[in-house]
Design a protein around this ligand. Structure first.
Ligand SMILES: NC(=O)c1ccc[n+]([C@@H]2O[C@H](COP(=O)([O-])OP(=O)(O)OC[C@H]3O[C@@H](n4cnc5c(N)ncnc54)[C@H](O)[C@@H]3O)[C@@H](O)[C@H]2O)c1
Length: 364
């Protein structure tokens, strides 16, 4: 039995001929009168029903290349019921919101609007992409210091509204994920940096091209810093379950070691190359952010190389960096201990030390 949305009477949907469809849903009525009233203004009668659907809200802070590409990729998924853009320049934010809204006819329903930090209340996820870019000649530490200053102002404005999770993307992402945890006072499992999710995707893409296999069948990780000290975990690369050591002889190509090195260098230097060509990297990071958002909001328990606070794993303490991490609706559910060979473990330590030094140098 269904309920007539106009008068509230119970209606047997198999017997009544009074039926109407709105936004892909069937509604049943006790009389032609109720049906006509409904069809004049359906929203008058189903508003309550719609409002009772659980809201899935995502806030995007920073409306530059990365923030808006993420919003665009996210609106196509149907994952969020509302997306708010929060930025410093009201005219630009309004224009971005208008442009995105004009595409609503082509995607699942979603409410996209100009937001404020207050909209972080009840948000499932706040993606932080706001920050300044590296100036010519500026060191990474100087950039870290300037963006940490922005975080000191911005993170309390977000955290006071207690969103369920925060995804930090602004660079240097590991240092700023650490900053967000310290500044917000929120539980560490709720604050996640995009880390080496993008680098890992680049690694798998390049390996897949090299080996002639779909990148979804190539497994491997880039761990550590999202940056120059990141570490390729060659010992754990596998192609469809076959370790690289066994796959290579079966492939027949005789790849010299330099080819492997060249693949990793392309991963490490990809951002520099793209920024030189078009000024920003935005498409792949936007998609990577959507994957992290899905893993959290769909409670997937997916393993991703996000940057999280590592305390006592591989003898590394009190620093944020990327290791394989299980993500679900609680944010971080578990950090995985992946057995590394001694050279990889040494490099991971070096990466952690470098990040800790930056954290100390900027006084976090
Ligand atoms: N982690 C990753 O894998 C990854 C990948 C790509 C880019 N990024 C980083 O993402 C960030 C954004 O990149 P982008 O290309 O979109 O840069 P962008 O310059 O296009 O956008 C940055 C935005 O932040 C805004 N902003 C600056 N200070 C602000 C503040 N105090 N409050 C609110 N907004 C503020 C600016 O107005 C601008 O709209 C950069 O730090 C970049 O390095 C990270």
């Amino acid at each position: 039995m269904k309920t007539d949305p106009v008068c509230g009477m119970k209606v047997d949907e198999n017997r009544t001929r009074q039926k109407s469809m709105f936004r892909g849903m069937n509604y049943y009525f006790c009389s032609a009168h109720c049906k006509e009233s409904f069809e004049r203004d359906p929203l008058l009668y189903i508003k309550e029903e719609e409002e009772s659907l659980p809201e899935r809200k995502v806030i995007v802070v920073g409306t530059g290349a990365v923030g808006t590409t993420y919003a665009y990729a996210l609106m196509r998924t149907g994952l969020a019921t509302s997306i708010a853009l929060v930025g410093r320049n009201p005219d630009k934010v309004r224009a971005q919101v208008m442009d995105l809204n004009h595409g609503l006819m082509f995607v699942p329903p979603v409410h996209i609007f100009e937001g404020t930090y207050e909209d972080c209340k009840g948000a499932d996820l706040v993606a932080v992409t706001a920050g300044v870019a590296q100036k010519p000649g500026e060191t990474r530490i100087e950039l870290a210091r300037r963006n940490a200053e922005i975080f000191r102002e911005m993170i309390p404005l977000i955290a006071r509204h207690e969103p369920k999770s925060i995804l930090v993307v602004t660079n240097p992402v590991d240092v700023l994920t650490y900053a967000a945890i310290k500044i917000s006072g929120m539980p560490m499992n709720r604050i996640i940096g995009s880390g080496t999710v993008l680098d890992t995707a680049r690694f798998r893409y390049l390996l897949s091209r090299h080996c002639g296999v779909d990148s979804r069948n190539v497994h491997g990780y880039i761990l550590g810093e999202h940056g120059d000290s990141e570490v390729p975990i060659w010992s754990k690369v596998d192609i469809g379950g076959v370790s690289l050591a066994k796959y290579c002889p079966s492939c027949g190509r005789q790849c010299p070691e330099e080819e492997m090195e060249s693949i990793f260098n392309q991963v490490k230097n990809a951002a520099y190359q793209i920024i030189q060509g078009k000024g920003a990297t935005n498409f792949a990071i936007g998609l990577a952010m959507v994957r992290v958002t899905e893993a959290i909001m769909r409670n997937e328990n997916s393993i991703m190389t996000v940057s999280t606070l590592v305390d006592d794993l591989y003898d590394i303490r009190d620093v944020c960096l990327s290791i394989p991490t299980v993500l679900n609706r609680n944010g971080v559910s578990k950090q995985m201990y992946l057995e590394l060979d001694s050279d990889e473990e040494q490099k991971l330590h070096a990466s952690a030390d470098l990040l800790k030094k930056t954290i100390r140098d900027i006084g976090l």
